[in-house]
Design a protein around this ligand. Structure first.
Ligand SMILES: Cc1ncc(COP(=O)(O)O)c(C=O)c1O
Length: 287
């Protein structure tokens, strides 16, 4: 939205499915309603709140179905966190420059853990050449950023992190994070708290705790009825155990203490009926 405002281009917001993925039917409708213009599509390879990964192939199919040829669309893949994780998934082949995408961005300070905000932007040479096609002699390089200079430190930190962890090190970290995320989801469910964990994700989504002090203590990010925990490398099983046991203990007080009328909320609209543990849905769930 911010970039669209800066560039003064018309921006159409496409809704999402319960998983957090782009709503492919809505995307088609928006494409058909705007067929006279080319489309710039921002895909999420891991949404902020639910860690949902948009299906690139379905989006490409939608574009084709709506009559958008490759010269009439540009796809950017925002892979801020998951860009460092999806290569270790069998679906890695799904996101590739062998397909007609324009660019991918990956944060350096998220999964890689660089100590300052930084990131990687991968695009096609022709887009870089459009910005600056000639080498500037005195810097022996192309001037390929908007502002001109670029920080060398970030590149060094990213390179260092990649080399230090190595392919196998990163793979192991990814697998451990996902394993711990599954453990957290299952622990919450075991205690009757509905939770969503998207496929190949380390982001666990659950009902929003009713107590701001609790949410602050655990640095929970919330939106509407739901909160999430992003299980990163530093999160241990002990941390997860103590989070869940405190949540369960406090939850009893929130829902059965002073206000006996209050019931655990239904979050089916946020995380899906199959993941909701409210009184109405839990009878149908078999986790
Ligand atoms: C999906 C997504 N895109 C982009 C960003 C921002 O990335 P950066 O911090 O590298 O600017 C975030 C979170 O910070 C995010 O979750």
């Amino acid at each position: 939205m911010k970039v669209a405002r800066l560039l003064r281009v018309k921006c159409v917001v496409v809704g999402t499915l319960i998983s957090g993925e782009i709503d492919y039917n809505q995307l088609k409708k928006s494409l058909l309603a705007n067929k006279d213009k080319p489309a710039i599509i921002n895909l999420n390879i891991g949404t902020t709140l639910k860690g949902a990964i948009d299906d690139l192939d379905l989006v490409l199919q939608s574009l084709e179905d709506c009559g958008f040829t490759q010269d009439r669309f540009y796809i950017h893949c925002d892979a801020a966190l998951y860009g460092m994780m999806v290569p270790f998934d069998v679906r890695a082949a799904d996101i590739s420059f062998k397909k007609p995408i324009g660019s991918i961005t990956i944060s350096g300070h998220k999964f890689l853990g660089c100590p300052m905000p930084c990131g990687i932007f991968i695009t096609r040479l022709r887009h870089i050449d459009f910005l600056s096609s000639e080498k500037v002699e005195y810097i022996a390089s192309k001037d390929n950023t908007i502002s001109g200079s670029r920080g060398g430190h970030a590149a060094i930190f990213i390179c260092y992190a990649l080399n230090k962890k190595g392919f196998e090190g990163l793979q192991q970290e990814v697998q451990e994070c996902i394993k711990k995320a599954i453990y957290l989801r299952d622990s919450l469910r075991y205690h009757g708290i509905g939770a969503l964990l998207n496929k190949f994700s380390n982001t666990v989504v659950f009902e929003r705790p009713q107590d701001d002090a609790f949410a602050r203590k655990w640095s929970l990010a919330s939106k509407g009825n739901i909160s999430h925990v992003v299980v990163m490398q530093h999160v241990s099983q002990e941390m997860l155990d103590s989070f869940v046991s405190e949540f369960v203990k406090n939850r009893c007080a929130w829902y059965q203490g002073n206000n006996k009328q209050m019931k655990p909320p239904c979050v089916a609209e946020d995380i899906g009926a199959e993941n909701c543990a409210c009184a109405f849905h839990k009878t149908t769930i078999s986790w």
